[in-house]
Each structure stands twice: as structure tokens, then as C-alpha cells.
Design a protein around this ligand. Structure first.
Ligand code: AAO
Length: 525
């Protein structure tokens, strides 16, 4: 309570409403965000209607919608979208009309759209002149000319950067990190009125269209006071879909694993911040590295070294660290290791900390240099773009009869275990963590205020215990091994019977494919 009050005062002191931290209304559930990485707008619109709304997913993070350079060597890497050349809204995911249609259709069914916005920089200086761009706009990176915005040489930071290469060479120097080029990308001078106005105008176009917030890329590389000035110019959300006076939900990408002078805290007064320690540490716990064990998660959260929960967006992996970009290290778990991945995602969705973001990926042909698995192992194919046609345009996402995705799309958010843990999180929203139990090693269980209970066995022996669930007596369907029938009387998975005293028997073999049991108020028969 004290912490909340302190942040509230700080946010008000900054002249910002509190709602930039609030992603959902707890009344309607929708607690989680899914990053539909590289999906086309038309596919996202259908996904909102057919899957996300009915399954209680609250929002989609879309790939950057702004016009970018088209990189053809190697053949159309996913990362070309992080090199904008204008703020026109045609991208590899579709046209502006398709974007508008998607935002409208998703809003209609109550699924919010958060746009990944790349505002720190434009494309790399090495992109030169005469390159292709996604809307066909002209640009000349060598001369720093982007007439469609417009930006020209004076709108970039190069005069402030003191490194010989013009790039960030040392993350210990806060001036380099903010005023030099991130991996050669032309660094915008956000202290200039013109740049602030152009960036705010881009974001406002999206807000007016019905977008509900932003994942702001590369915030570490922008000065907090510049971001504050830009956020201060943002319109409220469109009242066609949102209550009058609603502010955009903002979550800022700041990689803070400790050890650098720039911290997440510098940005958490402006909006939420991506908590990178979360996935790195959780991966290490589930891999049982360095003596880490599930029982350690008893103190998970702020007391365990994470930022305040009401400032954090959390995730097991993201589009960078699932392929060795960004940060997090080898411990990061991804869809490539599904058993451990599902344990990590189930824990994240059951635990009250943070706003949760799910990753939805596509497969690429991995070419591991050292043969290791894990997030940051070297992968020569880390650039590979989404499933594409020969002309480089992105393929649609085909949905199989069993609800999984085909065509190289992984769709972790459609894995039944993950789908039903999203429902679990919606059911227990706002409830405290209760009835923690562990065996001192890699078996844990905990409840959420009598509305849900989960047990996970990552040990090498069976979990066999009578546990206090805190839940009302009755029969519950385990949502990991099955699902409650629509009529509510049957269960396709295992049944857990909670007695009058709130206790229930749990048995999970160490060899099970999904060594998890989860029950919640919505799975009661
Ligand atoms: C591409 C090519 C480059 C080329 C460039 C320009 O790959 O070779 O130079 O074009 O021609 C994405 C791709 C990039 C791509 C870029 C543009 O990932 O490969 O470059 O598009 O097309 C830093 C930033 C962070 C950033 C991350 C990738 O702070 O903001 O790098 N993420 C975002 C996006 C990302 C995107 C961009 C930004 C650019 O999510 O997709 O890039 O728009 C330390 C620092 C971190 C830093 C990492 C990366 O991390 O703390 O701030 O992230 O280094 O080097 C341990 C440490 C940890 C450390 C890490 C790595 O884990 O604990 O702190 O090691 O050293």
C-alpha cells in the first residue's frame, strides 16, 4: 500500500495520469498481452475475433507498424522493421488500411492493440541511398535525409557522440548509451522540438486510430526527460472504444540486469518497464543451474530483487533473447524446450507479479555454432524472418483443426496448457499469493486467495502430498491435463477433489510430460 502510494504521488508529480501503468480492467479479465511477432494485420484481426477474445487474452503487441528499410542481404531479416525510414503505416505486416481494420476489429471484441514503436533511431547509416522501403518512400541514410518525416542531418545526435566509431562502445558511459548510435542506427536528437513533435504525431496517429498503448523500443538509449516530454503530448485513448480520459498504456524496453549505470528505475516513473531479470532468473531456476531451485521462488518479486510489481511487464522470453539478441543469457527458455517452457509460463501466469506478456513465435532453421541450446547460444540463422513467400511477403498463419498453428508458426499462446493458464490468471486476478508449499527443492505449490491453486514438480521424484489449497470444497478439473466440458459437468483431464477443510491430494510423477496441476474457480465442476 505504502509503495503504491509513493508511486502514485511520483506519477502525479510528473504530471502524468496513473493509467499509463494499467493495462486492463480487472472486471473483464484479459490480464495478459500476447506478442504476435511478425504476424500480418489481417491474421491478427482474425485471431482477435476467433481466439484471443474467447480465450481471455487482453491485448496484442504488434510488430513495428512504421515504414522501414527492406533489407535483402541476408534475405529479409525480421530485424529490418527496427530500422524505420518514415512514420507512414505500411509495413511487412500490411497496409495502413489493414492496420486500421485490425485495430477496429480487435477493439470491437475487447482486445487491445499495443504497438511496438521504434522512436530512438532511424535506419543504419550503412543503409545508404536508393534502398527499398516498405511503402516505397525515398530516403538517403548516408546524408541522413528522411523526407517523408521529414528529418535531415541536423535532427540526429552525431555532434554529441564522442566515440571514434560514432556507435555505443561502452555501456558504462551513460552519454554514449544515449547520444551515440545503437549498433550503427542513426540516433535521433529527442531534445529538439521538431523531433519530439514528429514522434508524438506518429504515436498520436496510432492512438486516434484506436491503439491502446505502446511498447517503446530501446528506451535505455533515450533520455528520460525527452521521453517524458513526448509522453506528455500523447492524446487520450479514442473514446469510440475507451472511457473518456483514458491514458495510453506504456511499457518501455530497458534492459537492466544490474551492472550498468542506467537503471530501469529511471524510467519506471514514466510508464511500466520490461523486467529482463524475470526470464533470465526463472530460466536458471527451471534449468536448475547454479543450485537454483523452484523452492527459491517463495520470495519471487520485489523482495527477490525484481522491480516493483506494479511497474513491471514480465515475460519468459522475447523476440530478441529467444534467438540470442538483446540480453538474458543462455538460461532463457523458449518453445524449443517445450517441457521446461510450459513450466516457466505456468509459473509466470499463476504468480501475481507484474503484467504478463506471452511470446508467440515462428520457427526458423537453427544453425547453432556451439550446438548448445538456450537463449543466447550463437545461432547463425538468428536473422531469419517469418514464413514468407518468394517475393519476401509474409505468409498467413494457417490454423489446424486441433487449434494449433501450421506453416512454421509456433503459436505458443494456443498451446492448451498456456491457453488455460491465461484463464487461470484472469480468474485469480487481484488475489494474493496464499498457502505456499515446497519440498525444499524443486516441488512447489501455491494458491491465489482461494480462487486458484497450482502445483509444479521439477524434481526427480514424485510429488505426492496432501496440500491446503484454500479453495472451496468440490471437484475441480485440472486445466493442464484437460478441460472442463462446456456444460460444466465433465472434465477431460484429471480431477482434483478439495475437501471441506480445503485440502486436496496431489500426485505428479517426475516423468510426466507436463508436471503441473492447476485448478481454479472457473474449472470447478
Ligand atoms: C542489425 C544487425 C546489426 C547491424 C544493425 C545496423 O543485426 O549487426 O549493426 O542492424 O545495420 C534489432 C536486432 C539487431 C538489428 C536491429 C536493427 O536485434 O540485431 O541490428 O534490430 O535492425 C541493446 C538495446 C536494446 C535492443 C537490443 C537488441 O539496449 O534496446 O540491444 N533491443 C531492441 C529491440 C531489438 C532491436 C532494437 C532494439 C533496435 O528489441 O529487436 O534490434 O531497434 C547489453 C545491454 C543491452 C543491450 C545488449 C545488446 O546487454 O545491457 O542494453 O541491448 O547489451 O548487446 C549480458 C548482460 C546484458 C548485456 C548482454 C549482452 O546478458 O547482462 O546487460 O549480456 O552483452
Amino acid at each position: 500500500m505504502k509503495v503504491k502510494a509513493r508511486w502514485g504521488v511520483l506519477a502525479l508529480g510528473l504530471g502524468l495520469g496513473l493509467t499509463q501503468y494499467h493495462h486492463h480492467s480487472s472486471r473483464c479479465g484479459g490480464t495478459s498481452i500476447v506478442h504476435l511477432f511478425e504476424w500480418r494485420w489481417t491474421d491478427i484481426a482474425e485471431e482477435c475475433e476467433n481466439y484471443l477474445a474467447p480465450n481471455g487474452i487482453g491485448a496484442v503487441q504488434i510488430s513495428p507498424p512504421s515504414e522501414s528499410v527492406v533489407v535483402t542481404e541476408p534475405w529479409r531479416p525480421w530485424w529490418e522493421r527496427y530500422q524505420p525510414i518514415s512514420y507512414k503505416l505500411c509495413s511487412r505486416s500490411g497496409t495502413e488500411q489493414e492496420l486500421r481494420d485490425m485495430v477496429c476489429r480487435c477493439n470491437k471484441v475487447g482486445v487491445k492493440i499495443y504497438a511496438d514503436v521504434v522512436i530512438n533511431h532511424m535506419c543504419a547509416s550503412s543503409a545508404g541511398e536508393g534502398r527499398r522501403s516498405t511503402c516505397g518512400s525515398y530516403f538517403n541514410a548516408s546524408e541522413k535525409e528522411f523526407p517523408s518525416v521529414p528529418y535531415s542531418a541536423s535532427h540526429f545526435n552525431d555532434d554529441k557522440c564522442t566515440t571514434a566509431s560514432g556507435n555505443i562502445e561502452n555501456y558504462q558511459d551513460i552519454y554514449q548509451v544515449r547520444d551515440c548510435r545503437l549498433v550503427g542506427l542513426l540516433d535521433l536528437a529527442h531534445h529538439q522540438e521538431h523531433v519530439r513533435e514528429r514522434v508524438a504525431s506518429y504515436l498520436n496517429t496510432l492512438l486516434d486510430m484506436g491503439v491502446a498503448g505502446f511498447r517503446v523500443d530501446a528506451c535505455k538509449h533515450m533520455w528520460p526527460e525527452d521521453l517524458k516530454a513526448i509522453y506528455g503530448r500523447l492524446h487520450n485513448l479514442n473514446t469510440k472504444w475507451f472511457p473518456e480520459g483514458s491514458r495510453p498504456f506504456i511499457y518501455q524496453e530497458v534492459i537492466d540486469l544490474g551492472g550498468e549505470p542506467i537503471t530501469a528505475r529511471e524510467y519506471s516513473g514514466l510508464g511500466r518497464v520490461t523486467e529482463f531479470k524475470y526470464g533470465a532468473k526463472l530460466g536458471s531456476v527451471i534449468r536448475q543451474w547454479n543450485g537454483d531451485k523452484l523452492a527459491d521462488l517463495k520470495s519471487w518479486g520485489e523482495s527477490g530483487g525484481l522491480m516493483p510489481s506494479e511497474r513491471a511487464v514480465v515475460f519468459v522470453d522475447n523476440h530478441d533473447n529467444q534467438r540470442g539478441h538483446g540480453a538474458g543469457g543462455d538460461s532463457i527458455l523458449t518453445f524449443w524446450e517445450p517441457r521446461m517452457y510450459k513450466m516457466a509460463v505456468a509459473f509466470m501466469l499463476a504468480h501475481p507479479y507484474g503484467v504478463t506478456r506471452l511470446m508467440s513465435s515462428y520457427r526458423w532453421e537453427r544453425a547453432l555454432v556451439d550446438g548448445k541450446v538456450g537463449g543466447s547460444c550463437q545461432d547463425q540463422n538468428d536473422w531469419m524472418g517469418p514464413p514468407s513467400f518468394a517475393d519476401g511477403s509474409t505468409r498467413p498463419v494457417p490454423i489446424n483443426p486441433d487449434g494449433s498453428c501450421g506453416g512454421g508458426w509456433v503459436c505458443e499462446h494456443r498451446w492448451p496448457q498456456i491457453r488455460d493458464m491465461v484463464m487461470f490468471r484472469n480468474e485469480v486476478d487481484g488475489e494474493p499469493l496464499t498457502n505456499w508449499w515446497d519440498n525444499g527443492k524443486d516441488q512447489i505449490a501455491f494458491g491465489r486467495g482461494g480462487r486458484g491453486f497450482i502445483a509444479i514438480n521439477n524434481d526427480n521424484c514424485t510429488l505426492d502430498a496432501w496440500l491446503q489449497t484454500g479453495m472451496p470444497a468440490g471437484s475441480y478439473c485440472d486445466v493442464i491435463s484437460g478441460r472442463r466440458s462446456a456444460a460444466g459437468a465433465g472434465c477431460t483431464g484429471r480431477l482434483i477433489t478439495v475437501g471441506q477443510d480445503g485440502r486436496a491430494h496431489f500426485s505428479i510423477k517426475a516423468t510426466e510430460q507436463d508436471p503441473i496441476i492447476a485448478i481454479h474457480a472457473g474449472s470447478k465442476l
